[in-house]
Design a protein around this ligand. Structure first.
Ligand code: ZN
Length: 171
């Protein structure tokens, strides 16, 4: 499975609204597999199709959280969101540092809803409804923004280089 080149800001495709996926064929399955591989290699926790120069409403996410008091390795969960729509944003929000594979070396503080409900289709085109909280909810919001031409820097405060952030973390 080939790795796909990741489009970097300010490429125009990152600013365009992506189109609905209507055909769930072998080509789409291959694209999804290639996007997972590209995301893992980057490495990242989410990747939207416009970031690999494909103007479709499709995003892949791989994320897991360590259970408290557990020595078990983190169980990663894969999500494929096709034609996703956030149907509920919690009024409760949280500010945290975010980065983006299309803007390497930068982070910024973004306020996001603590939980969201997403309606989407899976890789076979079947309807799914997902509820996410915390970091997963943040990733969903970041990736779905990409499908609407929105970058996290539009919403971020205190944009800074990763090096500075590392120093901040160390304090
Ligand atoms: Zn991004």
């Amino acid at each position: 499975m080939p790795l796909l080149p990741i489009v970097k800001y300010p490429n125009d495709i990152l600013r365009r609204k992506a189109q609905d996926v209507t055909v769930f064929d072998d080509k789409l399955q291959q694209l999804i597999d290639d996007m997972f591989e590209t995301m893992r290699k980057a490495p990242g926790v989410g990747l939207a199709a416009p970031q690999v120069n494909v103007p479709l409403r499709l995003t892949v996410i791989e994320y897991g959280e360590q259970e408290d008091d557990s020595d078990e390795p983190v169980k990663l969960q894969q999500y494929v969101l096709i034609n996703p729509e956030i149907t509920r944003f919690s009024p409760e929000t949280e500010v945290a540092a975010e980065g983006c594979l299309s803007m390497p070396g930068l982070v910024g503080d973004v306020e996001r809803s603590l939980s969201v409900t997403v309606r989407a289709q899976n890789r076979r085109g079947q309807p799914v409804k997902l509820k996410a909280e915390g970091w997963l909810a943040r990733i969903f919001q970041h990736e779905i923004d990409h499908l609407n031409g929105v970058m996290y820097v539009d919403k971020a405060d205190n944009l800074r280089s990763l090096d500075e952030d590392a120093e901040t973390d160390a304090n």
